[in-house]
Design a protein around this ligand. Structure first.
Ligand SMILES: Cc1cc2nc3c(=O)[nH]c(=O)nc-3n(C[C@H](O)[C@H](O)[C@H](O)COP(=O)(O)OP(=O)(O)OC[C@H]3O[C@@H](n4cnc5c(N)ncnc54)[C@H](O)[C@@H]3O)c2cc1C
Length: 467
């Protein structure tokens, strides 16, 4: 692996479009401001990006670390329709990115389901969606990236560079992505869906193995509602005119999967189908009650609104106090894990026996690159992502993280990997067995020699984990 190149001289604006020139100037100024702010902070003070939102599920206490300014890092700098690429600020949300690319009949190769996930966050923290069986993860579409490193320099990195390769799953501990050039994929106006039902886990994953090799399929994910009722949803772009469903109103997308064999959505509604009800998690706020739903303003049926409500609840401890008053203890089990396809039926079976959570989201994933990121080594061909987000009751004598530890053991037993956006319970040695410590240390030493940014283990594991 080679190391990063010298920072690129800022590209001179030659665009006919004054607005784009303005955005580039604003972007360059924002990068300088961010770098100056990092360099200006006392070395012993931990830092974080002052992002307006987050999709992490580690709440901890109030974060008192000074925030680095991110204004101006969330714009589209250019879209090259012929080359099918976009050059954007690292803090752009997928909502803005998709809104900018769809008019050109283009989209990011993988669009994570939650609108406020940022491109930089998805590359540094991994991402997955129903195109991942063909396009892998968001970082696989990155052609070039400017990174503000822990040493305060902005470096441009490309595939093959050590920092580039180690960046996925580094969660802002090697540096911050401030500008990215990504590949885009062509779209059509509508997505036609087919929901295929399976009764056993074995049938489900045998079926999935066939679907991911079907060239007629553009999108593939699934939901397991009970151990004997699961669905794979297959999507295909179409230009044929016809009626489309709308799940931003009274109807709820995940419920439609059990009711309908086929469906049609506009491409934008398809990409955001899970955001309106945060998959199914909006039920916790009454949003799925048909009487209450009428009064919940449509613009507020969004994942970032629900997440803010959860953050508020964690801060004031309302749910915890209600559970305690009822003599209960509950554990939040919010995780996404990757399991090799060949082990998936066994994993889901064991999961069903030990963890009382349904529905479970299922999404196949195949990497498109010859190399795999050292911090998320996926080396077994096709994987299946299992996503589960709920609280479960704890019996007397069970530790507060009983079910999360069980999940982590199941992941180890089935040769899988766990993403790090939520709570992590591994001890240090198990953690560094799963995520390649020696590759990480080398890159960390080169780009953050004084440890200005936190260490990955310290950042994501334990009670003191931070954002
Ligand atoms: C309930 C739930 C479901 C989820 N489901 C999915 C899913 O289905 N598909 C999916 O793809 N993802 C999913 N995620 C995970 C999500 O993609 C990751 O948490 C992602 O990192 C969030 O990105 P963000 O932009 O919101 O970043 P933040 O939450 O703000 O930050 C995440 C971390 O990345 C770092 N970071 C942020 N921006 C940058 C940057 N520009 N450069 C370097 N580091 C940066 C931050 O320091 C922080 O440590 C889910 C999360 C939750 C809570």
């Amino acid at each position: 692996m080679s190391s990063a190149r010298e920072p690129k001289a800022p590209t001179r604006p030659t665009s006919r479009d004054y607005r784009l020139t303005m955005y580039r100037t604003r972007h360059d100024a924002a990068v300088r401001r961010l770098a100056a702010s990092l360099r200006g902070m006392p070395a012993d003070i931990p830092v974080r990006l002052a992002k307006p939102g987050s999709n992490l599920f580690r709440f901890g206490g109030r974060d008192r670390r000074p925030g680095l300014p991110v204004d101006g890092l969330d714009t589209v700098l250019s879209i090259d329709v012929d080359a099918r690429t976009a050059e954007v600020g690292g803090l752009i949300t997928y909502e803005r990115l998709v809104a900018a690319t769809l008019p050109h009949e283009l989209m990011p190769t993988v669009v994570p389901q939650l609108k406020t996930i940022t491109l930089g966050g998805a590359v540094a923290g991994l991402g997955i969606e129903s195109t991942s069986f063909r396009a892998g993860m968001p970082h696989e579409a990155v052609r070039e990236m400017d990174v503000l490193t822990g040493s305060g320099d902005v470096v441009t990195v490309c595939p093959g560079d050590d920092l580039f390769e180690c960046f996925p799953n580094s969660y802002g501990t090697l540096g911050y992505a401030v500008r990215l050039v990504i590949e885009l994929a062509p779209t059509m106006p509508t997505v036609a869906l087919r929901h295929v039902r399976y009764v056993t886990g074995r049938e489900l994953f045998d079926g999935l193995a066939e679907h991911v090799d079907d060239p007629e399929v553009d999108f593939c994910d699934g939901v397991s509602f009970t151990p004997c009722e699961s669905y794979v949803t297959l999507g295909r772009f179409t230009i044929e005119p016809g009626p489309t469903s709308d799940y931003t109103g009274q109807s709820i997308y995940y419920r439609s999967i059990r009711r309908r064999d086929t469906d049609r959505l506009t491409v934008a509604d398809y990409l955001w189908r899970w955001d309106t009800d945060w998959f199914w998690c909006s039920a916790a706020f009454g949003v799925q009650n048909r009487h209450l739903r009428r009064f919940w303003p449509v613009p507020l049926r969004r994942s970032d609104v629900y997440r803010r409500l959860v953050a508020l609840d964690r801060r004031i401890g309302l749910s915890r106090r209600i559970a305690r008053a009822r003599g209960q203890r509950r554990e939040a089990v919010i995780q996404d894990v990757e399991i090799p396809l060949a082990e998936s039926a066994s994993f889901l079976d064991a999961f069903s026996r030990h963890i009382p959570i349904r529905p479970v989201w299922i999404c196949p994933l195949r990497s498109t690159t010859a190399t795999t990121p050292p911090l998320y080594p996926l080396t077994s061909g096709t994987y299946v992502n299992f996503g589960f987000w709920a609280t479960v009751g704890l019996a007397d004598g069970q530790a507060d993280d009983h079910h999360n530890r069980l999940v982590e053991q199941l992941v180890i037993d089935h040769g899988g990997h766990k993403s790090l956006y939520s709570t992590v319970h591994y001890d240090r040695s198990q953690f560094w067995r799963d995520y390649d410590e020696s590759a990480y240390r080398q890159v960390k030493k080169r780009y953050d020699p004084t440890g200005r940014l936190p260490d990955l283990f310290d950042k994501v594991v334990g009670d003191n984990a931070t954002r």
